[in-house]
Design a protein around this ligand. Sequence first.
Ligand SMILES: [Ca+2]
Length: 150
Amino acid sequence: MSKHQKCSIFYILFVSSGLSSISANNREYHFVNMKKTWVDVQSYCREKFIDLATINNADDNQKLLSLSQNNVWIGLYREPWTLWSDNSNSTFNNWDDKQPNNNPAQQECGSLLAATGKWHDSQCETLYTFFCLKCPAFPQEPKEAAGWGG
Ligand SMILES: [Ca+2]
């Protein structure tokens, strides 16, 4: 069983316990302030967390942008750029203008620019800081959800 599956089962047990309305789709990220190549980042995140950060919607992207101080690796790679490091598919993207451009060459790994939150394809050997995907932290007590939709 993968860490990701364990995490999902934990969500289901927790949610079905009635203690919280936390969504299994909420993504939580752990920022790692070390610069590594994309492949090294993938190994690090899989060992210590779930996987490289995945981004499935604008809220996820905004969360990463708000936490980013430098350009960071994200878990997206090569053609067709819809398959993430954790093997999930996503139709969401946030490419910058004229990206991915594979220019000058061999840009097979996805990065997020701290200045704009836009995505670029970058050479995988570039050293960037990064985010790992982790299980959400569970609240100690049920939180009031006043003002939230749904
Ligand atoms: Ca590029």
